[in-house]
Design a protein around this ligand. Structure first.
Ligand code: FDA
Length: 317
């Protein structure tokens, strides 16, 4: 039998790469209003405001300046500059103490795909962002993109950690390789965000069935919770959140030795509940003009998000 939600998911992930659909959606009069549910704004001030609001309710944040797959050096430099400016603004707002607000960086946004020296350019830009984070008293997590970049991203991570040991990694449970990567990255002080994974990946490298992805997530979580690092449990899935709590208790982890993470605008009540009960909760805040790819991945994850978007287009557009 055809799984309709899987077909919708694959279709939306395909569309996330389509320039034509992107232009259509970006120009739709209502798009920006609807996008606000997931993306608080386009300017640094919007990101700082969202982080401040979360901070008031005991939630931490990690902020992503939207943009990816850059093939233009000026654009890569502009992204680096945006992060440096953001980190200064977060520091001025008093949000970076004890790493309450940090930043998430996609290497493809700072030059990884540039022809020739892409790897080195991205590394240099990431290094400058890490230095700005250190100056502000906080840290950086490297987002993980599609599987063709996993090795290069982990290499860059290790290079950055020589000077900035607190740089965080992201691992995606849908990849067959990830349990082994968790073992490699479960050492003392290693910050690892575990997520399910958001890209369209082939069967040769990734589990396709959601139950298989969930099982892999639990196996990976077991490795990270048993290790000496700092696991960051990035999921909205109630079952996985519960399992993470149980594993943390089994390994006698204190509340400050791991954290939960969720995306801005998704399950805000659950975010508050976890923070209120004394757990660490960090919210991923994306901001900037390049929201299209991010939004399409959120649509692909949950048909209800797509319905919300289409309904708004139909009623206001
Ligand atoms: P999934 O989408 O399968 O949802 C599981 C369950 O959660 C649902 O059945 C429902 O019960 C509940 N739920 C989900 N959405 C809900 C909603 N809107 N309202 C109510 N309930 C809802 N990916 C990547 O490839 N690279 C990366 O670097 C990152 N970074 C990242 C950071 C952070 C902080 C998060 C939270 C996520 C990422 N991701 C990511 C995205 C991640 O890979 C994944 O695509 C999404 O988090 C969705 O997966 P879930 O684990 O939430 O489960």
């Amino acid at each position: 039998m055809v799984d309709a939600s899987a077909v919708l998911r694959q279709g939306l992930l395909q569309l996330s790469k389509s320039g034509q659909v992107r232009t259509l959606i970006e120009k739709a009069p209502v798009s920006r209003d609807v996008v606000r549910r997931f993306v608080p704004g386009e300017r640094t001030a919007d990101a700082v405001r969202a982080a401040t609001d979360l901070d008031r309710t005991g939630r931490r944040s990690t902020i992503d300046f939207l943009g990816e797959d850059t093939t233009d050096l000026d654009q890569a430099r502009a992204t680096r500059d945006a992060y440096v400016q953001l980190l200064e603004a977060l520091s001025e707002a008093g949000l970076t103490q004890e790493g309450r607000s940090e930043v998430s960086v996609k290497l493809s946004a700072v030059g990884q795909y540039l022809p020739g020296d892409g790897h080195k350019i991205a590394l240099d830009h990431a290094r400058e962002i890490c230095q700005a984070a250190t100056n502000a008293g906080t840290t950086v997590t490297l987002d993980m993109e599609d599987h063709t970049t996993t090795d290069a991203t982990l290499e860059t991570l290790l290079e950055l950690r020589q000077d900035f040991p607190s740089v965080g990694a992201v691992l995606q449970a849908y990849l067959h390789r990830t349990e082994a990567d968790c073992r490699d990255l479960a050492g003392a002080g290693s910050r690892v965000r575990l997520c399910k994974g958001a890209y369209k990946e082939p069967e040769s490298v990734a589990f396709q069935d959601s139950a298989e992805v969930d099982k892999s997530y639990v196996r990976c979580l077991k490795v990270l919770m048993a290790g000496e690092g700092y696991p960051m449990v990035a999921s909205h899935d109630p079952r996985l959140v519960e399992i993470a709590g149980a594993l943390a208790a089994r390994h006698h982890r204190s509340a400050d030795s791991f954290e939960y993470q969720m995306l801005y605008g998704i399950r805000p009540e659950e975010q508050k509940r976890l923070a209120d009960r004394g757990d660490q909760m960090r919210v991923y805040i994306p901001y900037g003009q390049e929201w299209y790819g991010y939004l399409m991945r959120r649509m692909a994850e949950r048909p209800a998000n797509t319905v919300f978007f289409l309904r708004a287009l139909a009623t206001k557009g």
